[in-house]
Ligand binder design. Structure first.
Ligand SMILES: [Ca+2]
Length: 256
């Protein structure tokens, strides 16, 4: 990586100094493998919730939380962190990844092998069974065409949004090694972002070329004493929200 870094510095200097040196462009397929995280401030994470899914939709934060008997989906004010509403699940399943796409709100369960649809207006049965699947449910997001989930492995699973059938698997490697425990996911239109559970690493995976992976290490103050596990892209504000399991804050950040 040092060579790439020096190449970048040389390129930057040649541009910054307006020089007419014949600097070599980065070879195609090359990219900086380590990114930088810029923190922009934080808001309180009410109840230090056990975050399993985090996204921005309709101008607010949507968060799914885990643990048996305690799992729910709630809406949070993006500026204050205040809980605007919460929908517990009477079935008692362990809630996992959350996605809002294709006109639906999808929620995974951890070991039940069942995906649910949330209807907030249905006060009798807000969560209805949508599909059954093999293995565990961890993170969930959606591209323009597919749902994408993680299950604790180093693979991403692309699924049909109508049937939840797997249509494609994308193994994720970083510097030649599989990245296990991929967890909370986010799609920003170009990249899939993935927390690696029990680490402070977030991986940026190019959706059109999953071999292009950049790693970001969250600063230690993000989720100090907890487990980072929440990445939400705010298209309107062009920034990310980061939190996690038992974290006291929700951080606003940009990845560089
Ligand atoms: Ca997310």
């Amino acid at each position: 990586m040092r060579t790439r870094y020096l190449l970048s510095v040389a390129l930057f200097l040649s541009i910054a100094l307006g020089g007419c040196t014949h600097s070599k462009p980065m070879p195609s397929g090359e990219w900086e493998a380590e990114g930088r995280v810029e923190l922009l401030g934080s808001l309180p994470h009410q109840g230090k919730a056990y975050t399993e899914g985090l996204l921005v939709s309709e101008g607010i934060l949507w968060e799914s939380t885990g643990l048996e008997g305690k799992s729910l989906v709630r809406g949070l004010d993006k500026k204050t962190g205040k809980v605007l509403w919460a929908v517990p699940n009477p079935q008692g399943f362990f809630g996992e990844g959350l996605a809002r796409a294709f006109g639906k709100t999808y929620l995974l369960s951890y070991t039940e092998g069942e995906a649910f649809l949330l209807d907030r207006d249905n006060r009798v049965q807000p969560y209805t069974l949508f599909a059954r699947y093999e293995g565990e449910g961890w993170g969930l997001t959606a591209t323009d065409k597919y749902l994408v989930n993680s299950n604790g492995s180093a693979n991403l699973y692309y699924r049909d949004p109508e049937t939840f059938d797997v249509v494609r698997e994308a193994p994720v490697e970083y510097e030649g090694q599989p990245v296990p425990r991929l967890n909370e996911l986010e799609f920003d239109g170009t990249y899939i972002w993935a927390n690696q559970w029990q680490t402070h690493f977030v991986y940026r995976i190019k959706e059109s070329d999953p071999s292009e992976v950049v790693r970001f290490e969250l600063p230690a103050e993000v989720c100090a004493g907890g487990t980072p596990n929440g990445v939400a892209w705010d298209e309107e504000e062009r920034l990310f929200y980061l939190t996690g399991q038992s974290c006291a804050e929700i951080w606003k950040a940009r990845f560089r």
